[in-house]
Design a protein around this ligand. Sequence first.
Ligand SMILES: [Zn+2]
Length: 719
Amino acid sequence: MAGSSRPSWRCRRAAARGAVLLAACAAACGGPRPVVSNIQPVPRHIVLVTIDTLRADRLGCYGNHDVATPNIDRLAREGALMSQVTSHVPLTRPSHTTILTGLYPAQHNIRDNVSPSLGADVPTLAEQFERAGFETAGFVSSVVLSSQSGLARGFRTYSQKFADEEENDARFLNTIQRRGDVATGEAVDWIKGHGTNRTFVWLHLYDPHDPYEPPEPYASRYADRPYDGEVAWSDELVGRLDRALADAGIRDDTLLVVTSDHGEGLGEHRESVHGFFVYQTTLHVPMIARGPGVRAGTRIDATTGLIDLFPTLLTAAGLPVPGEPKRPGRSLSRAWKGEETLADEPSFAESLTPLVHYGWSDLRSVRDGRWKYILAPRSELYDLSRDVQELNNLEPSEPARARAMRSGLERQLRSEAAQPRATGDPPAVSPELLEKLGALGYVSPGAPSSRGSTGADPKDKIDEYKTLNRLMREGLVALRTKNYAATADRMRTLVGKGVDSFEVHYYYARALAGQRKCPEAAGHFARALELLPAFGQAYIGLADCQVAAGNATAAAATLERGVAANPRDPQLLERTAELWRHLERPDKAIALYERELPLASSDALVRVRLAELYRDAGNPTRAIALLQEAVKLDPQDASSWNALGMVLGGTGDLPGAERAFREATGRDARDAQYAYNLGLALERLGNVGEASSWYQKALERNPGFTAARERLDAARRSR
Ligand SMILES: [Zn+2]
């Protein structure tokens, strides 16, 4: 199916040579005539749309006849189409980082979806636009691109609202992405309100990424090929965006670029999704540009890459491209105007997944014109002009060409190794995010590569990879719905297959703990911690097991080990402090909470807990200071105000106590205790009349409140 719908490379190149052919195509496609109006050559607005996981060969303008993509096809007719664009890494976050920095993954150092944030010293495209006075806005649809990635830098608006992350519904995969119409709607609303200044907008649509669940009518129309349905749906969203530009009156002033971060295997080469191999299924991406400075009907058949977008968008907007760090890409903007004919340039790509997560060999590829070479234990050479599906390995029959391409690739790898790497923050992936990414297939069951490479060719491992990945995903989806038996079953199978990784032991332990099999769980938590000693959640899980088994002292020792390994993990510090408090060791609890404070600068509750300990330890001054911080951080919490009133009252500051209790009753008018406390403070201040009315309110709220009744009776007698 996929093969037959692909245009032959040679055909497309022929089409590019003749304007006549092109015009004939435009007429045959039934679209409006290309618009070559008297538009300004420099766009005021730049809109970049990345449609995640979009194979070039699924679009009509790339020769597909089975998927309706009228909007993108129209953009291609009205603008420029790059027919041979390479993604440099088939993974969402590394590839988007390349798009937004113009650097190869080895240069920006984001090699994986769970990498640390992008280094603060790496300039981003949005920063360049922002610095030039553009209003900038990004709208992303996957948790992988949340601001933790570092890609929000330079965007004044960065919309990344996903569904309620606490939701435990069975469809949780969909709660960590959002449907494209939501992000598109937000982008459209933003565009409506920002037409006057120059703008740079990035819209990321995640819909063609698995799971494939297009909305109607695409679900029915593409019932047996839902991926194509997602593509057609994404095309509709591009149409909505383009209409919004017209409605805002800025379409003729806007450079609109549509591209993708990588493609999708869809079963070719036995790869279902993406991120493992470096075949064209996942590396060949579309790129279309329409707007000022783009001659309608332009086709560029030279090999180009996503690395080219950074310099292209800046030069198209009339902005300088920063010289440092040196970028491998080139600007396509003169070619878009028809002022330059581009030559082929080698384009490199990588997949480290087999090495990093499984200890097999990594894969590297270079595309140069019609030729593509894949460096692997059994290397591959393809002539894409005849064999776009990469079925016929020509390495044995073209040894000289293979050798030449291999040495070019090795030169590139040597220069990558010699270049200074961007430094990222330390890994800051929350346990929740890790679990979500795992269920998306982003965290693999294999161990990080400390065990080194076995050198196995990924081609020989694809079935094993799929099995391991499937078990991991099924296990995590089950864990999300607390189906602990199902999770334990999958993880047990993985352990049985010899997988001895941190993730497998950790999730196995979580599932066993969920089934109250604590002794067994403890063993797997302990193994997980041997493999990754800095993972705070595993200490907490193990300690919970030990508490459940009645051994709180052992639990405290476990948590203390965790704190020693993660001295800056606020959650771990808090859990350890709580346990010591429970074990009636306020001295230890206080010390740990104090360490947590600067790491939890917006957490009111930890301040309340610590204040209670100081109050009980006879240090009301410190307690008051902490409670004042707490009510400042969370003024709506009536209980903090009440706690503050109690400590102030204890020190004899009755006016302060009265004010605090008024804040408490004002925020929670149903609580009898707060009303009673306010009454007491007023009575001590000599205001017996108002005190009585608060005792009365306390009794109305809780008719069995004996102390309130006694105070009320006494007050009445004394009058
Ligand atoms: Zn992606």
